[in-house]
Design a protein around this ligand. Structure first.
Ligand SMILES: Cc1ncc(COP(=O)(O)O)c(C=O)c1O
Length: 488
């Protein structure tokens, strides 16, 4: 009986030198194309919806056999690339995004090439993340012994920070017992706080009702007096206050709470102090803006994003925790399959996976490391100042225009305003501005987002964009006036 033929072994690598050469040349074309795409972004509309044929191209049956890299790249160029979110465009100011950068794009390619696994082995990638975390601590005024972790974004950073808060303040070994039978653990934050805080509280099993949303003053900053009162009330009722959350830049208006006062309350009451600095924390890079954030450096945990005001391509968030021991207590496990080896690849004394939820983690740190080294922290500080200055100027343009009304102070980089026309009835303004914003998005000229402040719907311009020029804001005001007049 003859032996069955040995099956041919396969790989995803190109098979011959010629195939390698073809893929390399396709790769070079991709790099060239993406650089051109970034260079010419201003010439395209900010946003346009995918066409019917682009949508159809993304509803095909699973390809059982491959069509090859050239064909799929053509499909990408035709059906995917032309219909982005738009946040790389100079006139995108919606929600709080970030613009990315050409160098960050290339860093992503390099990181994917290495495809390092950042659970925390003894390799260069882990050292790069250590370096980036050390720089973050330095930039944000945290002590060198504080721990940190790069994560997907501020929502995940908040979950990590509040997990540590929960396990430190529960009064029992909450990782083992859970919160069953404990008095309700309550958390305090202004009503302007981002929903990721509530989500983290829910995920941690504490219940959304444990979030005490506090009133704000005319500048949208939390009322510290109301915080003290709420804590006392909850104590009288036998609840267990455990955490104060301060905002370094609220999502609606960019307001910065009095972080020094919040840190004082947290210290006096023995509570954890967490700061959500998703975008605002990075204003600390600027010596001129840093005083606004006084008190942030006293946080027990700080959540912030590098993909917003540092323009690192998505995703890149970070959490810093003042007490490394507390951070480990909340997450570290002993397992036989991840135990430290005396030497070799697994010899690193602490793994990143002991400080958060993920075991497998990508090489996010490379794009941050390369961007900071190539451009320097001072350049990022100037870009942040530039956006703050642009926001101030937009506020002035709005104030100078009788048909527009600003609805919040410009604390940092967010401007909230609406079209009011000349004496239009209040009852119509929400509908007008909603329609105006739809038309503005559809025109492709500019993309602000929206919010509702004190019951009034408004357009919201958030400047975390290094490509915006002053003229872009003139275009926005002109276009809002034009659309508003047409509507009214
Ligand atoms: C103040 C604030 N906190 C938290 C977040 C959530 O950040 P991420 O989307 O990176 O998870 C945002 C997002 O815009 C934000 O503005």
């Amino acid at each position: 009986m003859s032996n069955p033929p040995t099956p041919v072994e396969e790989t995803l690598d190109p098979e011959s030198p010629e195939d390698w050469e073809a893929l390399r040349s396709l790769g070079q074309r991709m790099v060239g194309d993406v650089m051109d795409y970034l260079r010419t972004v201003r010439e395209r509309p900010v946003w346009r919806p995918p066409t019917a044929s682009a949508r159809a191209s993304l509803q095909r049956p699973l390809p059982r056999e491959g069509e090859g890299a050239e064909a799929v790249y053509r499909d990408f160029v035709e059906n995917v690339l032309p219909y982005p979110t738009g946040n790389i465009h100079p006139r995108f100011w919606g929600w709080v995004m970030g613009t990315g950068s050409p160098l960050g794009t290339l860093a992503e390619l390099l990181a994917a090439g290495m495809n390092s696994h950042l659970a925390g082995y003894e390799d260069s990638a882990a050292r790069v993340e250590d370096q980036v975390l050390a720089w973050c601590r330095e930039l944000l005024g945290f002590p060198a012994q504080a721990s940190g972790l790069l994560v997907s974004g501020a929502s995940m950073a908040t979950l990590v920070g509040l997990s540590v808060a929960r396990s430190e303040k529960a009064g029992v070994d909450v990782r083992r017992t859970g919160v069953h039978g404990l008095p309700r653990m309550t958390l305090y934050a202004s009503r302007e706080t981002h929903a990721c805080v509530r989500r983290a509280v829910e995920v941690l099993g504490l219940g959304g009702d444990s979030v005490r949303l506090l009133p704000v003053d005319a500048n949208f900053r939390v009322e510290v007096r109301a915080l003290r009162d709420a804590i006392s009330r909850d104590r009288v009722e036998g609840l267990r206050p455990f955490c104060v959350v301060g905002n370094a830049g609220t999502v609606n208006t960019g307001a910065v709470d009095d972080l020094e006062a919040l840190a004082d309350v947290a210290t006096q009451e023995g509570l954890w102090f967490h700061v959500d600095g998703a975008f605002g924390a990075l204003a600390a890079l600027s010596p001129r803006l840093r005083p606004l954030l006084r008190g942030m450096e006293r946080a027990d945990s700080l959540a912030f994003d590098l993909h917003k005001w540092l323009h690192i391509p998505f995703e890149a968030g970070c959490v810093l925790v003042r007490s490394e021991a507390a951070h480990r207590r909340a997450f570290a496990y002993q397992t036989e399959y991840l135990a430290q080896m005396p030497r070799g690849l697994a010899a690193r004394p602490s793994m990143f996976s002991e400080y958060g939820v993920q075991l497998t983690r990508g090489f996010r740190a490379l794009k941050v490391w390369m961007s900071l080294k190539a451009h320097g922290a001072s350049k990022f500080a100037r870009l942040i100042e530039q956006n703050v200055e642009q926001a101030r100027r937009l506020g002035e343009l709005v104030d100078a225009e009788p048909e527009l009304q600003r609805l919040a102070p410009v604390s940092l980089n967010v401007v909230c305003f609406r079209y009011v026309g000349r004496g239009a009835p209040e009852a119509q303004l929400d509908a007008w501005n909603r329609e105006l914003l739809c038309r503005l998005h559809e025109s492709g000229v500019a993309v602000p987002s929206y919010t509702t402040l004190d019951g009034r719907y408004c357009l919201r311009v958030c400047l975390t964009n290094h490509r915006t020029r002053r003229e872009d804001l003139d275009v926005l005001v002109r276009e809002v006036l034009r659309l508003g007049r047409k509507l009214s």
